[in-house]
Structure formats: structure tokens, C-alpha cells
Design a protein around this ligand. Structure first.
Ligand SMILES: Cc1cc2nc3c(=O)[nH]c(=O)nc-3n(C[C@H](O)[C@H](O)[C@H](O)COP(=O)(O)OP(=O)(O)OC[C@H]3O[C@@H](n4cnc5c(N)ncnc54)[C@H](O)[C@@H]3O)c2cc1C
Length: 253
């Protein structure tokens, strides 16, 4: 049974060891870490885990990472972006090797979750690595052959910074109920016909659903991004209770 079959069951969350099965370079600043958990009773798309690193002198650092893999998979995928001068992310990107043991606990989070049993339509809005939990939702939607209407608005610095781009493009090409749009904030190809600059109200209106369709929004990314998109949606008249948010960065980022 996966977690999505039993929404109200919350197993006790204890620290465990995951073995690193693979590490995949996604972009120049982002890698996916594929973990084999020692025990796992399933998760909801949108949930995260906590990672705990322990130094030789006993000093510990903990950080949260969203699960990018769908509940249909046994292995857990975490996708980590380098934060320059960060304590944990440079270790995960530069030092961690296949075969290493990684201490983690999860799944965590009960608000920012979606499964096809909850229905739609859903509008997902990602800023940078905020795509991670939204990717778990899209992978789950795809793996469960759901035709629930979905839209992804993904803001990245450039096309080279779009994480999972090939997979997203392939998913969208084969699925007329999935709408995908990129907003490139810093660099774009000279022949780029897509959106240039930050996500704005026009982009949201044109690529989301109408108020009458009653969409649920899932917004994830740096704090400033999430707050700005949420405010726009409320201003556009969408139900604040249908706007779910997950903030990755420090306040004000
Ligand atoms: C629920 C949840 C899920 C998350 N999921 C992911 C995920 O899937 N992938 C992922 O890469 N990160 C994710 N994060 C962020 C992650 O937990 C860490 O905050 C991030 O990796 C930075 O940790 P660090 O130890 O490298 O940097 P730190 O040592 O914590 O920070 C170093 C400096 O960078 C600043 N900083 C910290 N985080 C960020 C940031 N995100 N952007 C810009 N500046 C920052 C700090 O203020 C500080 O000045 C998630 C956070 C939460 C709360």
C-alpha cells in the first residue's frame, strides 16, 4: 500500500539510513540523489524528508528536501541545488558518493500534498528548485494514468537551469490535459517565443484555469517568489484556501 491509499495514516517518523544508489547531474547547479531507504511505507507527492549530516566531532546539521519521485517508485529521489557557502547542499553535491549511507527521516508534511484521488484541476507554479515536490505530483499523475487537467508554470533563470526539462517536455507532448509553460527570468535563446521575465498576473491568467473551474494551486520556490505569486492569485479572485504553498529559501529570498 502506498501513502496515497491511506491519507490519514501517519507512521511514526524515525531517523533511518538510506543508501545512495545513483547521483544524476540535472543542471550545472543541481543534482538528483537516488536513495534506497531501509524502510519506507510510502509517501504523498509533495512531502519532504529531513537529511541529517554528522561530523566527526559530533556536530550535526539538518535540512529538508522534497521528494521528487512518485509514490509508485521504491527508490526516493531528492533533487538538490547548490547554495554557495551553504553547510549541507555543497556536501550533498560535491562529497556524497554512490554507495554512501545518508541519514534521513520522513515522509513529512500534510498540507502541501496532492494525489489523483484528490482530483483537480491543479495549477502548479514553480520557482527554481521549487519544481521538486511538483515533479512528484506530475510523475504520480503520469504513472497513475490520470487525465486530471494540470498546468505547470515554471520560472527559471534560463533554459539551462530548467530541471527535468526533457522529462517535462516529453510528458507535456504526450498529454493534452497537461499544459506546460516556462518563464525565463535572466537569459533566453534569441528565438525564444515563451515568456521573458518574472511570472506576472497575465501569465497566471493565461496559463491557469478560470475561477469557475475551481483549481487548486501548489506554489513552491524561494519565499519571495511564493509570496508574490500567492498575492497575485488572491488579487485575481482565486480562493485563498485553494492556494497551497511551500517555501524553500530563507525569509526575504
Ligand atoms: C520543506 C522544504 C523542502 C525543501 N526542498 C528542497 C529541495 O527539494 N531542493 C533543494 O535544493 N532545497 C530544498 N529546500 C531547502 C533546503 O532545506 C536548504 O535550505 C538548502 O539546501 C540550503 O541549505 P545549506 O545548508 O546548503 O545552506 P545554509 O547553510 O542553510 O545557508 C547558507 C546561506 O544561504 C542562504 N540560503 C539558505 N537556503 C537558501 C536557498 N534555498 N536559496 C538561497 N539562499 C539560501 C542562507 O540564508 C545562508 O545565508 C527545502 C526546504 C524546505 C523547508
Amino acid at each position: 500500500m502506498t501513502a496515497t491509499d491511506a491519507p490519514l495514516r501517519q507512521p511514526k517518523i524515525e531517523w533511518q539510513i538510506g543508501r545512495v544508489q545513483a547521483i544524476v547531474a540535472e543542471t550545472s547547479r543541481v543534482k538528483s540523489i537516488i536513495l534506497w531507504p531501509s524502510r519506507w511505507s510510502g509517501h504523498w507527492p509533495g512531502q519532504h524528508v529531513d537529511i541529517r549530516l554528522t561530523a566527526e566531532d559530533g556536530y550535526q546539521a539538518e535540512r529538508s528536501y522534497s521528494i521528487a519521485s512518485p509514490p509508485e517508485e521504491q527508490l526516493l529521489t531528492l533533487t538538490v541545488e547548490r547554495v554557495e557557502d551553504g553547510e549541507v547542499s555543497p556536501y550533498l553535491l560535491d562529497e556524497l558518493r554512490v554507495g554512501d549511507a545518508l541519514e534521513f527521516r520522513g515522509p513529512i508534511g500534510r498540507h502541501f500534498i496532492w494525489s489523483q484521488t484528490l482530483g483537480g484541476p491543479i495549477c502548479l507554479v514553480a520557482g527554481g528548485t521549487g519544481i521538486t515536490p511538483l515533479m512528484a505530483m506530475l510523475r504520480h499523475r503520469n504513472r497513475s494514468h490520470s487525465y486530471i487537467p494540470a498546468s505547470l508554470i515554471y520560472s527559471a533563470r534560463s533554459l539551462a537551469d530548467v530541471v527535468y526539462r526533457d522529462e517535462l517536455d516529453t510528458m507535456a507532448r504526450g498529454d493534452r490535459n497537461l499544459h506546460l509553460v516556462y518563464a525565463l527570468t535572466r537569459e533566453h535563446p534569441s528565438d525564444w517565443n515563451g515568456h521573458r521575465g518574472r511570472v506576472n498576473e497575465v501569465l497566471l491568467v493565461e496559463n491557469s484555469f478560470t475561477r469557475e473551474q475551481n483549481p487548486t494551486f501548489f506554489i513552491c520556490g524561494p519565499t519571495g517568489f511564493v509570496e508574490s505569486i500567492s498575492s497575485m492569485l488572491v488579487k485575481l479572485g482565486f480562493d485563498p484556501l485553494a492556494i497551497r504553498t511551500e517555501r524553500f529559501g530563507p525569509i526575504g529570498a
